[in-house]
Design a protein around this ligand. Structure first.
Ligand code: ATP
Length: 319
């Protein structure tokens, strides 16, 4: 009987539990034995694996975080660490590993594959920073969390007639700022993918004030620049005080939205079926609502799709 292991790795994302549930239940459906690995690759090295059954993943579809826990493992980056992990898999006769995480975790999966372990990746990260897939698990929930914050901040921003800079997660990818900003009606959105000048934002604030606009919400992806520096320059340009709100880790938690639960469930089932079909060193993705199976290396080389339409929309609608 084929034995498969599943693990979650890197930063946690809402919907990881729903993905593990789907992997476990799909594996059992196809009569595989399924093992859960605690704390990602770190747990694999330590042999922290446990056989799971249908009840092990009961009552978790709606919960944020990951019941398997997650970790970043420096030891797994070394050949010695990986050998220990592979020895643990061989000891239990496990021939395939399903890795739920971001690009780093996929590189880890690829490394396991080179040692003869069949691997399939499922994309889960709130950043939506993987170019080969339209969406990653956790992104929609994070957008909604940020959106709630934007709505609340808008009230106080209007009452005090102030500009508010909201810093959100996104080191290399501004999707969280862009989607939540567009949905929340933010006046300005600053993302790492697109250059900006403080001058153009200051002009927009002044223009808004002229037509009686009370607030100005500026969404800033953390990788696009320092909130304090932008604040200082803006204040110097406009002569107006502004506020900064850093949303931080609240963006990573919370119950997954329906969209994330569905995406996670679909991708979990697809991963097991891809494994059954013999796919290896492959990642599951979604392209125009169709699930895809792509080679990891090829997937990670793909650049992000251009979100030009949303940027244009914000420019036109947020005058
Ligand atoms: P997030 O997008 O949330 O940061 P991630 O999966 O990209 O998630 P990383 O910390 O980059 O998170 O990677 C998770 C783990 O994957 C690392 O701690 C390491 O154990 C493993 N890993 C990353 N890159 C490699 C690599 N090149 N070779 C082997 N293992 C790797």
């Amino acid at each position: 009987m084929k034995k498969i292991a599943v693990l979650t790795s890197g930063g946690d994302a809402p919907g990881m539990n729903a993905a593990v549930r789907a992997v476990v239940r799909a594996a059992l459906y196809y009569n595989y034995e399924i093992y859960g690995v605690k704390r990602g690759f770190e747990g694999l090295i330590k042999g922290d694996l446990e056989q799971l059954n249908a009840s092990s993943v009961g009552d978790i579809i709606h919960k944020g975080g990951t019941f398997l826990k997650t970790a970043r493992s420096k030891t797994f980056m070394t050949p010695e660490g990986r050998k220990q992990a592979i020895d643990q898999l061989h000891a239990l006769n496990i021939s395939a590993v399903i890795v739920i995480g971001g690009d780093g975790s996929f590189r880890g999966a690829e490394a396991l594959s080179r040692e003869g372990i069949q691997t399939i990746g499922i994309p889960a990260t709130i950043d939506n920073d993987l170019g080969y897939t339209d969406f990653t698990i956790g992104f929609d929930t994070a957008v909604n969390t940020v959106l709630r914050a934007v709505t609340n901040i808008r009230d106080t921003s209007s009452s005090h007639e102030k500009t508010t800079i909201i810093e959100v997660m996104g080191r290399n990818c501004g999707d969280l700022a862009l989607y939540a900003g567009a949905a929340g009606g933010a006046e300005s959105i600053i993302v790492p993918e697109k250059p900006f000048t403080v001058q153009e934002i200051a002009d927009k604030i002044r223009k808004g004030r002229t037509r009686g606009k009370l607030h100005h919400i500026l969404m800033l992806a953390e990788g696009a620049g320092s909130a304090t520096e932008i604040q200082q320059k803006l204040e110097a340009e406009t002569g107006e005080k502004s506020r900064i709100t850093v949303l931080g880790f609240i963006q990573r938690g919370g119950d997954p939205t329906a969209a994330d639960r569905l995406l996670a469930s679909r991708m979990g089932l697809k991963a097991v079926e891809a494994c059954r079909d013999g796919a290896d060193s492959a990642v599951i993705g979604i392209d125009k609502n169709d699930l895809t199976v792509t080679n990891i290396d090829e997937a990670l080389k793909r650049g992000k799709k251009d979100d030009g339409e949303l940027t244009r929309l914000t420019t036109i609608l947020s005058t």
